[in-house]
Design a protein around this ligand. Sequence first.
Ligand code: TMP
Length: 220
Amino acid sequence: MTERDQSAGRFITFEGGEGSGKSTTTAALVTSLSASGLSVLATREPGGAPGAEHIRSLLVSGAVDRWDPMAEALLHFAARREHLEHTIRPALEDGTWVVCDRFYDSTMAYQGYGQGLGPVAVRNLQFVALGDFAPDLTIVLDIPPQDGLGREINSDASDETRYGRMGAEFHARVRDGFLAIAAAEPDRCVVIDAAQSLDDVQDAIWQTVSDRLGVTSHGG
Ligand code: TMP
């Protein structure tokens, strides 16, 4: 975990495969943290800054094979660098807590494991792009890919379907990747079973954030 100034905000990331419920649970956590009196910013990747949102549109739609995997990972890190410098770091320095839907673990899981780039290449790119910057807490929402993809198809009316079309074996590797990251970094990562009811998932997330980051008051 990056050592942050006492007055700085905390950086919480949500990770997981397609349809794991990140958007809903991210929004719920932001509401709870705000109700605790904290200044909170919700953001997402790829995106979260003007240049990064442009790069997002190059990644999430179109032909599955439109990018070479290394080029694809570089695009994700280019977007992330913009996001870090223009949005995340300034907010943290202002004392704002930042809750981010996906961060660098998604590149490790999707490009490193899913697209076969491998962990060493992704770790090297991460170091070049971000140095030792890291989340204070990462919540990995785990769901069997077939269940998550089913949810995604039912709810996604946008054309952001490129990763959803990458096939069952790809999504199984992505899930394995997230679980391997969480197992390797237990101080930063907590895995939550996203196949539970939404209430149970949200309770587990709040409990985790309270325990790990010492947020005590809830809802008032
Ligand atoms: P979203 O659907 O969660 O908004 O994310 C868009 C897609 O981008 C999602 O299918 C996962 C993929 N992705 C990667 O492949 N690598 C990354 O580094 C990130 C942030 C997302």
